[in-house]
Design a protein around this ligand. Structure first.
Ligand SMILES: [Fe+2]
Length: 184
């Protein structure tokens, strides 16, 4: 007797054959000719320009604490990365603003360029000020608050591209019951 299959709301129910153009066979020299990525040039991002761009975003109501950041992208790198395995952003949080609680598969390192406030990471609280750094492990719930009277500039490094390559980018908002894959 066959047990009936259990399906959830995201499980496929219709199937098709594999596309033959998705596969090929390579010889020894063919593999090594394409296995090493092209050269990536050093890149430079000016803090003067970053401050100017973030200040303009601070005056534009379309951005809030969650979205007001600039991503430092290498134009040579894959997947909008900063270097192929890492993603760097610089956030501006106005006094009283926060980044809402959330968690994701990549881990993060933070460096406070300027300003003061605190972060919660799971059940921990970290108070910080100019020059401090701290970490958030992969999959830990975190939120960041500017409790000072100056803008916070926060430099963040995440290993997001590594997760993206493995189709393991997932995000969960603090008010959501479900961890959402970003790979649809
Ligand atoms: Fe985060």
């Amino acid at each position: 007797m066959t047990k009936s299959l259990q399906r959830n709301s995201t499980t496929p129910t219709e199937f098709r054959a594999v596309d033959p153009t998705a596969a090929e066979l390579q010889s020894h020299p063919e593999y090594f000719a394409g296995s090493i990525p092209p050269a990536i040039r050093p890149a430079y991002w000016s803090m003067r320009e970053i401050r100017s761009r973030l200040q303009a975003m601070a005056d534009d109501p379309q951005w809030d604490g969650n979205t007001r950041y600039l991503s430092l992208r290498s134009t040579d790198g894959p997947n909008n990365s900063t270097i192929p395995t890492m993603w760097v952003t610089i956030h501006l949080l106005k006094p009283g603003e926060r980044i809402d609680m959330h968690r994701h598969t990549p881990g993060s390192m933070y460096y406070i360029i300027s300003g003061s406030g605190y972060s919660t990471i799971d059940e921990y609280r970290i108070d910080w000020e100019d020059g401090d750094s701290f970490s958030c492990p992969s999959y830990s719930y975190h939120e960041h608050w500017n409790t000072g009277d100056r803008d916070v500039l926060m430099y963040t490094v995440q290993d997001a591209p590594t997760y993206a390559y493995n189709r393991m980018m997932a995000f969960q908002a603090g008010d959501s019951e479900a961890m959402e894959s970003l790979h649809k």
